[in-house]
Design a protein around this ligand. Structure first.
Ligand code: HEM
Length: 134
């Protein structure tokens, strides 16, 4: 739509050279020596509410062409170091923000809610390993 970045306006792909950063030295590389970033995100926008779960549909500022319940996936790389959660930083726990996934995230939310206590703990324990190393 007018005013938003159009694919024909992007001449070159974005290139990020992470190879010299201390923080990324431990990351795996592919056979070309390129750093493999464990992003845990899809860099896409998703509708995060439905009729039952609308906690993340609380953005106060309207952006042009983007509904207030649509958000770019927050990459989980480093998520353990960046509480509180959600676009308004109003959710204090990982458990809380996962349970707030409606809409496109609903399937993942339901799978989490319906999992055993033990499996939920394992997921949270895994997310807590995703720290940003200083
Ligand atoms: C097991 C699966 C999932 C887990 C553990 C998970 C976990 C999380 C966490 C911890 C956050 C908060 C990050 C932060 O605020 O820094 C988050 C945000 C988000 N997640 Fe997920 N997520 C999962 C699946 C999904 C799926 C399937 C979608 C969409 C298709 C999705 C879309 C989003 C979006 C758009 C946000 C940002 C919401 C906002 O800005 O308020 N997630 N997720």
């Amino acid at each position: 739509m007018a005013g938003t970045l159009n694919v024909t306006q992007v001449k070159e792909p974005a290139v990020y050279d992470l190879s010299q950063r201390d923080r990324t030295k431990k990351l795996k590389r592919n056979d070309k020596g390129q750093v493999l970033v464990p992003l845990f995100g899809d860099l896409k926008r998703h509708t995060m509410t439905d009729n039952d779960i609308d906690q993340l549909g609380n953005e106060l500022i309207a952006q042009r062409f983007v509904d207030r319940n649509i958000f770019m996936t927050a990459e989980l790389w480093g998520v353990a170091s960046t509480p509180p959660y959600g676009h308004r930083n109003d959710i204090t726990t990982m458990d809380g923000v996962i349970r707030a996934h409606g809409g496109d995230g609903r399937k993942a939310c339901d799978a989490y809610v319906n999992a055993s206590d033990e499996d939920r703990s394992k997921i949270i324990a895994f997310l807590k390993t995703l720290e940003i190393e200083q």
